[in-house]
Design a binder for this molecule. Structure first.
Ligand code: NAD
Length: 401
């Protein structure tokens, strides 16, 4: 039973899917852990540390593995080097990675996507969206504090009083709440808005002011937000404009699962912000919450510097990798049958378990995640039942009798 840890190949990806301190959890389950050379390098983890923890370093680790773990999906060349029936566990944003999904299907790979792990309490320890959103939310507040050339906290000194920074956070999910908490710890005055009704209480519990726009709330399924109509979006923008104009810093984190990020802030709204103000748009990779922001760049709009997020968790690769690796170990443990008197340990995902079936994208040459299958292969054609022609029973005439 062999598990391979892939070295990440995509630009800007500095995380790694397994950290040395968790190697022992997998060897205890019965796995041989093989790590591609330099896999932990960008997270400041050396090959020697993996070897010291009980792993081997192997440039060909993925080719004969039962399971390959990574942060980003494997690229096409590497998928084609896997044995048929190998499983992969990684982030796999199926909406944006359809070519990869097709290759995984065609090569007979069983692929699991960390984004699709159902958000039920039993799966909380496997929830990589939350663990990485925590890192991104923290980082967004630190970036805002770094760009803003003024104090976050109130300072009352003999030389005079410096008022605290005014920060507005839009979207108060996992990342937004962490941004609020971090900005509060740094001493800023924080106001926040989210479309979900439950968010107001969560915002207040972080010590921030919940902005009440007196608009209808937008709850979708599974505790997520619903998409706005254009009319609702326009009213929200009008009502938020004065809060944004008065802010020194704006942090946006709003998302709707499976959709482009909602456009919450127009360039006109940013142009109303004061000199030296900053905007941090965490949602930039899925379209952005702020018109004109660019992923991975700082652009100027009016008098504000606008910072666009691009793979923000990878900017803190050490802690992000450690949290992600714990998520990976927990999901691999769920999918591993422990050794017993009758049978050896095996990687044996139970597709009757909703965490396993919910996160599976491809299996046995099929796309098993319904929405992805429909997006790639089109709607399932249900064959109508064959038309059975009525058999005419000859009617006996009087003459025949
Ligand atoms: P997300 O990343 O999908 O969205 C971020 C936030 O943006 C959400 O709070 C959403 O309501 C908000 N948003 C969407 N459209 C908006 C708009 N037009 N204006 C303002 N805000 C908008 O969400 P997330 O951070 O992954 O979590 C969302 C919810 O799921 C939260 O309630 C969270 O507590 C819950 N959650 C549950 C579990 C679990 O049960 N295991 C795990 C994680 C999160």
């Amino acid at each position: 039973m062999k598990i391979a840890v892939a070295a990440e190949t995509r630009d800007g990806e500095a995380r790694v899917a397994l950290v040395p301190e968790l190697v022992g959890k997998l060897t205890a389950l019965g796995y041989d852990v093989a790590v591609e050379p330099g896999a932990g390098m960008h997270a400041l983890l050396s090959d020697d540390e993996y070897v010291g923890a009980g792993a081997t370093i192997d440039a060909e680790a993925i080719t004969d593995a039962d399971l390959v773990v990574s942060v980003q999906p494997l690229d096409v060349d590497r998928i084609r080097r896997l044995r048929r029936g190998t499983a992969t566990v990684s982030f796999l944003p199926t909406t944006f990675e359809q070519a990869v999904v097709v290759d995984l299907r065609d090569c007979g790979i069983t692929a699991f996507a960390m984004e699709l792990v159902p958000r039920i309490s039993r799966a909380q320890s496997m929830d990589a969206l939350s663990s990485q959103a925590l890192v991104a939310g923290y980082r967004s507040a630190i970036v805002a504090a770094g760009l803003l050339r003024r104090f976050f906290p109130l300072n009352m000194t003999a030389a005079g009083t410096v008022p605290p920074a005014q920060i507005v956070v839009l979207g108060a999910g996992v990342a937004g709440l962490q941004a609020i908490a971090t900005a509060k710890r740094l001493g800023a005055v924080v106001k926040a808005y989210d479309v979900r009704a439950a968010a107001a209480e969560e915002i207040r519990s972080m010590g921030a002011v919940a902005i009440d726009l007196e608009l209808e709330t937008l709850e979708g399924t599974g505790g997520y937000a619903r998409e706005m109509t254009e009319d609702r979006a326009a009213r929200q923008r009008d009502l938020l404009a004065p809060y944004i104009a008065a802010a020194d810093g704006l942090i946006t984190t709003a998302a709707v699962p499976g959709r482009q990020a909602p456009m919450l802030v127009t360039t006109e709204m940013v142009e109303q912000m004061g000199a030296g103000s900053v905007v941090v748009d965490l949602a930039d990779e899925t379209g952005g919450n702020v018109e004109g922001s660019q992923p991975g760049q700082v652009v100027r709009i009016g008098r504000a510097q606008v910072w666009g997020g691009a793979n923000v968790p990878a900017q803190m690769p050490g802690p992000a990798s450690k949290l992600y690796a714990q998520n990976i170990v927990n999901i691999v443990t769920l999918m591993t049958r422990t050794a017993s008197e009758d049978q050896p340990a095996a990687f044996a995902p139970d597709f009757d378990d909703e965490i396993v079936s919910g996160s599976a994208v491809t299996h046995d040459h099929r796309i098993v995640h319904g929405p992805t299958r429909e997006a790639i292969e089109g709607p399932e054609v249900v064959e109508p039942p064959p038309v059975v022609e009525p058999v005419e029973t000859p009617v006996e005439t009087e003459e025949q009798q």
